[in-house]
Design a protein around this ligand. Structure first.
Ligand SMILES: C[S@@+](CC[C@H](N)C(=O)[O-])C[C@H]1O[C@@H](n2cnc3c(N)ncnc32)[C@H](O)[C@@H]1O
Length: 175
């Protein structure tokens, strides 16, 4: 699932090089949606492998189109993708998966760790209140792995951005 697909910076490599079976690509901007749709055709990607969803991923009418479909959710919105946490958690399949959280923060280990922990807590709380719920004491529901990687941002206005991978492995439903 590419929650902020733009013109396909992540969606296209997932499909072409990443051997993704299927990508759900959500994007708000109609011009980007058009460019992405054209790029899918020009790269000869079978139409059945990509579902392009035009809309605001925060709206239930939009995120209902990708409930429980994903084993990986990319959230490439800067400077923060926090508003995308609820739809991202809703998109994760019952087996769990990986959330790629992007954000811009200072290049400082303490700040980075605090930011990662804040993300982890928010995601954990969303998992616990998700429809069907989860048992907070069940270790299978915990965010199991957080990896921070600092990269130089292509936008000159920012020194760097941090991509955190919150791994939420093997969920079990409590219902
Ligand atoms: C920084 S761009 C990233 C695009 C692509 N992931 C990339 O790395 O090039 C963010 C994209 O998210 C879209 N966007 C922002 N808020 C959105 C929302 N609530 N729902 C869907 N798309 C959104 C913007 O229109 C923009 O194309």
């Amino acid at each position: 699932m590419d929650l902020y697909a733009g013109v396909g910076y992540f969606t296209l490599p997932y499909l072409i090089h990443g051997r993704a079976k299927h990508v759900y690509a959500c994007e708000l901007n109609p011009h980007s949606v058009e460019a992405l749709t054209r790029a899918i055709t020009r790269n000869k990607i079978e139409p059945g492998r990509c579902t392009v969803i035009h809309g605001d991923n925060r709206l239930p009418s939009v995120y209902r189109q990708f409930l429980r479909v994903a084993d990986r959710v990319n959230m490439g919105l800067l400077p923060s993708c926090e508003e995308g946490f609820p739809p991202a958690v809703e998109a994760l399949s019952a087996r769990g998966g990986v959330l790629h959280v992007h954000g811009t923060i200072a290049d400082n280990k303490t700040i980075e760790a605090e930011w990662a922990e804040k993300c982890r807590l928010r995601i954990q709380s969303l998992l616990e209140t998700r429809d069907g719920g989860c048992d907070a004491n069940d270790s299978a529901w915990q965010v199991q792995h957080v990896l921070c990687a600092v990269r130089t941002c292509v936008l000159g206005i920012m020194d760097n951005f941090v991509s955190t991978v919150c791994r939420c492995a093997s969920f079990t439903w409590s219902t």
